[in-house]
Design a protein around this ligand. Sequence first.
Ligand code: BG6
Length: 462
Amino acid sequence: MNDYLDRPIILVIFGITGDLSQRKLLPALYHLVKHHQLPKNLAIVGISRKNVPVSEVYDSLKTKIHGDDYDKTVVEELHKATRMLQVDLDQNDDYARLLEKLRDISDELGPGVSRLYYLSIPSQAFVSVVHHLGETGHHEPFGQDGERPRLLVEKPFGYDEASAETLVKAVDEHFGEQQVFRIDHYLAKETAQNILTFRFQNPLFQSIWNTRHIESIQIVAYETIGIEKRSVFYEQTGALRDILQSHLMQLLALITMEKPAALESHDIHKAKLRLLESIDPIDPGEVGTKAVRGQYDSYKNEVSNQRSHVETFARLHLNIDNEQWRGVKVTIETGKALHEKCTEIIVRFRANEDAPGTNALTFRVQPQEGITLSLQAKRPGLTKETETVRMDFDYERAFYGLAGEAYERVIIDAVRGDQSLFATAQEVLTSWRIVENVIQAWAADGKNLRLYPVGSPANEIV
Ligand code: BG6
C-alpha cells in the first residue's frame, strides 16, 4: 500500500499562487511531507504567469497551519523541493520549455518517476491548457517503461453541459480516462467515505433504505464565510456550479446508489452513474418551483457589480425516478455567509399509524463528524409524553480523531493511481444535465433572487 513512497515524483502545479492552491493544496502538501506520506524524492514545479520567487509561494503557509503544528523545517523542505517556472499559458513554446525542464528533473531524480499535473486554474482555461499539454507531448511517458503522467483537474469541470463535453473531449484526445483524476474533495472527506460502509455493512439499514420507509433526504452544505477574495471566480461560478452540481450531487449519489457489485473503483462508479442517470433533469417550466436562489446582502459590493445576480445560495428539489426512490422528497442546498458552517445529510423516515413518531438519521460530514439517529422516547416519570432523543456516533470519540484533511487523501490517491474517490467524465456530464435548465434560466435574469442578510439561517431563505 505504501510502495508509492519509493517512487520519485514530480508534481507540476498550474496556478500555484492561486487561491485554491494556497488554501487547500499547499497546506495538504505541508502535512503530507511532515508526516512522511509523500516520496522523499519529490520535486514540485510551480507554474505561474508572472515571475514569482519560491519564497512568495510559501509566504502565507504559516497563517494556514495551526499553532504548534507549524514546523519551519517542513516549509524549508518544501521550499527546497520547489522550482518555479513562468509560463504563458497560450504559448506552445513555453510548454515545450516546461517539458525539457521536467525531463531534466526526471533524470536527476532517477528511474521510475511519476509525473502529475495539477490544474488549479479557472475552468475557462482548461481546454486550451489541456490541448497545449497534449500538443507538446506532456501526456506521454518519459522513456519506454515510464509511467503515463496523470492529470489532476479541479472542479468545476466545465461551465455547463456543453463546455463540460468540450473539456471531456479535449482530455480524451490526449490523455486517457485512466490518466485523469477529477477532484471532488468532498468524496475524500472521511465521513463521505463512511457512507458506503455504513449503508452496505450494516444489515439493519439495508432493508429500509427505500421509498417505503424514507420520506425525505436533505443534503446541506452551509458556510459562514462569504466569497472571500474570489470575486472573479465567483462571478463566473455561483453556488450552483461551485458546490451543488459537484459536491452535493456526489454525496447524493453515495447516499442513494444501489449496492455496487464490489466496493471497488469501477463498480462504485458504475452504481453512482446509474443513480445519477435516474435523477430527472429539472424542466425549464419547473425552475420557478424546484429551484431557489439567494444572494447575501453585501455580495454586490464585494464584487463591485451592482447588477450581479449571481447566486450565493442555491436549493434544488429533485426527483429520483427509480423504484427504490420514487416519491421521496430530495433536497440539496448550499450557501455562503449563512449562520453556521455545516455539511450534513438528513434522512427522515416515514411515520405510520402504529408508530407516529419521527425518526431521522443524520450523517454529519462536518463539523463534529459522525452519525446521529433521532428516536422517540418516553419522558421519565408519571407521564406518557414522548420526546425526541439522539443516539450518537462521534468520530472523534470513537476513533480518537480523524485521519486528516480531504485534500491530503486526494493527493495520495492520485499519486497511488486509485480513482475511487474521483469523479468520472460521465458522472460529471450527467450532473450538469440535471441542472442545465436551471443554469440557463438563472443566467437570463435576476428574477426571484432572494437577498439575505449575512449570517441568515438557511431556512429563512424560501
Ligand atoms: C470548494 C468551493 O470546492 O469547497 C469553495 O469552491 C468552498 O467555495 C469549499 O468554500 C468548501 O470546502 P470545505 O471542505 O471547507 O467544506
